[in-house]
Ligand binder design. Sequence first.
Ligand SMILES: Nc1ncnc2c1ncn2[C@@H]1O[C@H](COP(=O)(O)OP(=O)(O)OP(=O)(O)O)[C@@H](O)[C@H]1O
Ligand SMILES: [Mg+2]
Length: 309
Amino acid sequence: MGEPIVGRGDELAQLRAALVAASGGAGRLVLVSGEPGIGKTRLAASLADMAAQYEVPAAAGGAIDDPGMPPLWPWHAVSRSVPPLAAMLDGTAGSAGGAQGSADSGSERFAMFAAASRALADAARERGLLVVLEDLHWADRTSLLLLRHLTGELSGSRLLVVATFRETAEKPLAGLLPALLRGEGTRLIRLTGLPRPEIAQWLRRLGTSGDVDDLAGRLRARTAGNPLFVRMLIEHGAAAGADDEARVFPSCGTWPWPTWTALTARNGSCSTRRACSVSGSIRRCCARSPGCPAPGSPPRSTGPPRSAS
Ligand SMILES: Nc1ncnc2c1ncn2[C@@H]1O[C@H](COP(=O)(O)OP(=O)(O)OP(=O)(O)O)[C@@H](O)[C@H]1O
Ligand SMILES: [Mg+2]
């Protein structure tokens, strides 16, 4: 197990309540949303640890940002931990039908969704089951339709389904989200940035000295509390052996190449203004500093080594 999660006490309490409710036969869908880097995956990982402590089995799958991703990819990943589900998805379970080749037939697809939902509910019968579905903003329509179907079957089951997504207008999620949210047993957790006291707690845990509260305030202002950006700033400062001030405000052009690339790449794919705030700061910094590279290209001083040829 890695470092303990920082903050998120309220969200973990909500998830614990959902896990307890589901284990008692009141199945739930919890949707966790937020900008890139805000901690959706980290929160889901903490929930998986919690489920392990309660001896509730878990299965996980996620969509990926690849146009070649086959239909039902996230569910196929889930089926590795729930083998009877695999046969339903592949259409090798007799009358259940399958997604391959039958996706255009509404009634066959419905039968497959019903059979897949039953397989999951059955798997949860003895000890409950946590299913984590990650990155729904990239999920294919069939995967989302299966989730919607399952949502209607959760109430009598011991299933807790937790699904994460970035709040974007991307289809097909945007079209199906209202139906998911309307479910009787659906809860929504919208993650926002870590507040200053929790950033301070993080810094103390890392052994930071000096005026930690002031430093946390600066980090909060700089990153809007986005844990990815906070972590990168802290790590960059630590790697550079910088004093506390430089740790928070590293000068333009001295970012290590991986940090720079990650921050500016996130800016390219982010969906909210807040997610852009750090990259925005980099841009403003660059505008003031002649010779600085544009976001997206490596800063000159710390770029990756070039090949000799
Ligand atoms: N509460 C937290 N405590 C400590 N570290 C955190 C916390 N939240 C996030 N992090 C760290 O910040 C980074 C980004 O978090 P994470 O990958 O969970 O974001 P995300 O919301 O899933 O982003 P994406 O939309 O890109 O998948 C990770 O390194 C993660 O470990
Ligand atoms: Mg994630």
